[in-house]
Design a protein around this ligand. Sequence first.
Ligand SMILES: [Zn+2]
Length: 484
Amino acid sequence: MSRRGLVILHLDGVSHALLERAVAAGAMPFVAKLLAEEGYQAQPYRCGVPSTTPFAQAGILYGDSSNIPSYRWWDKELGAVIGFGAGGTFELVAERYFKGRRPLTTGGACIAALYRAGADDRFGPAYTEHHEQHPDRRVIVPFLTNPVVVYHWLRHAGRAGFGILARYAGARLARRRASQAYVFADLFHECVVHHLTRFATRQAMAEGLPVIYSCFYTFDEAAHAFGPGDEWARRILRYLDSTVRWVAQARLDNPDVRYELVVLSDHGQVECEPFNANDGRTLGELVAEWLPDQEVTEHRGGRHPASSEPPAGKVAITYSGGLAHVYFTDLPGRLELAEIERRFPSLVARVAGLDRVDCVLVKDGEVGRLLTGEKSFPLGPEAREFLSRLDEPGVLTAQLQRLNSFPNSGDLVVFGRYRDGRQVNFENQVGGHGSAGGEQLHPFLLTKREWGLDASAVRSAEGLYPVLNSLLERLASPGISSSG
Ligand SMILES: [Zn+2]
């Protein structure tokens, strides 16, 4: 009898609601077939806050998202920005993370993920955003020497490359917003990384690795560039669907291993408007104006020198989609509200009072505190009414308490305004995530119904780790039925 293995496909940035709409509209015919004919179900789950890949993927792969407050953050101990993507610096602090955890992909392949996760490292490429991709030669060489693969790659890459640039030019001509940096990231992901990732996935299946986790970012990049509801982003869903089919077709190719398939996402996306849309002013510029004796540096943004030399102190602001963290970098540890108020009177109220900000989260004794333009309340039952328009308030309160417990969260954690399905975003993106509100908090888990996996109680991506581990264990034990 053949062994059984598990392939997990990670479709970045696709919310449960979007998946359902795409299936209903006929844009994902293979996923529709899995649902209708192969006994699959798509369940929503909650990724938690921040709704960003590093946080969610750490949860899925290690069952531990502790102290990952964003896509990028300031590490006061190290005195540096930690981030992923081009020039990523997570490696500088990686040894502090995931201690004693057994990664989901131990002994398997973890392809294009942010973390190595105990996997066989022959299956690059490691993920970096934008252009600094260094795929492993052991994937590249067989990829480039397979004529069928290269033919399909060139055919698709040519069409996709032309299509993305045409879409971008069209958006510019029609004066629709398109985020240029993400247009090129999308181009690179769709035309290069996506192909290498799916090729490496089938290679890992041919080798019979017991568990394979493969990440596809091209929808997320396209949705950042053009918005999640844009026609181009919808076209990418069709393309992702063909990749799911391509991998699914290889399930029986290896006579020694019968693979089962799980498809999931890590967070969704919502439509965005930039923080500086009305007056051109960024959060960093405003903070620099309010604290003139501080040197303020925005990570993904500008640098604002202090009015005096040397500066009285330094402020670092890191932007990750709809979330910004503000750090007083020369003051150790995470400051209590009372200390912030004493040193920088009225700063928190000024930030919270901005019409493009929903609230500011700060450390304040045991439970923490939320401040809005009008109110200030402990992060407990008192916050329910305010939070209820973003998600189920009890769940969201617990998620924010967790974020507020991270030593690496900002002294101020600033949430861009979320209203009527649109979020104020600190980065220049047309679609975004990273914060709270709407579909960004509700990704999906696509599994066979008969496995009996329940995602309804998952309130953070960490909760998927035991669910997926239990499936792996069952597949590994002979005699337990896993497919019809
Ligand atoms: Zn993203």
